[in-house]
Design a protein around this ligand. Structure first.
Ligand SMILES: [Mn+2]
Length: 156
């Protein structure tokens, strides 16, 4: 996502943060939010997590940081106060395919951004191999869109 977003935004305004699974646990981490705040970031895009992080996303908001959540985990009753939530498993979501992996949701965001900013499809299709890897690693059903993405990802 970082490399893709660098097609749209100058890299001095972009960074990525991968929480350390053992030191910070799964998902959105307070250390990651604090890192963003200390470095004057105002938007975090979470991938494969965030839908269950209402408290942390609320904390980020107090620091002036917005969230876009890209997730595929089952939402709780209380949704995080994010500027956007991309998760087909939301009750009122009419997106027809419900089984994308977290990376697949992020790929959809990249696709939409590319369309919006008139970026050639080669700049996101080049990551289909990673999407295919994520479909296998995230243990989602090999059906529908996952099957199509994996098919083209494996060709790549
Ligand atoms: Mn996942």
């Amino acid at each position: 996502m970082y490399q893709f977003l660098s097609k749209i935004y100058a890299t001095q305004f972009l960074d990525y943060y991968i929480p350390h699974r053992y030191r910070e646990g799964y998902g959105v981490s307070k250390m990651g939010i604090d890192f963003a705040a200390e470095n004057n970031f105002t938007l975090i895009i979470s991938l494969d997590c965030g839908i269950k992080s209402a408290d942390l996303i609320g904390y980020a908001k107090t620091l002036g940081i917005d969230f876009i959540v890209c997730d595929h985990h089952l939402p709780d009753e209380i949704l995080p106060d994010a500027v956007a939530i991309l998760n087909a498993k939301q009750k009122d979501c009419n997106y027809p395919y419900k089984e994308l992996c977290g990376c697949g949701v992020g790929f959809k965001l990249a696709t939409a951004l590319a369309n919006h900013f008139n970026i050639d499809e080669e700049h996101y299709l080049c990551y289909l191999d990673l999407v295919a890897t994520a479909i296998a690693a995230d243990i989602v059903p090999m059906t529908g869109e996952n099957r199509i993405l994996a098919y083209y990802g494996l060709q790549k």
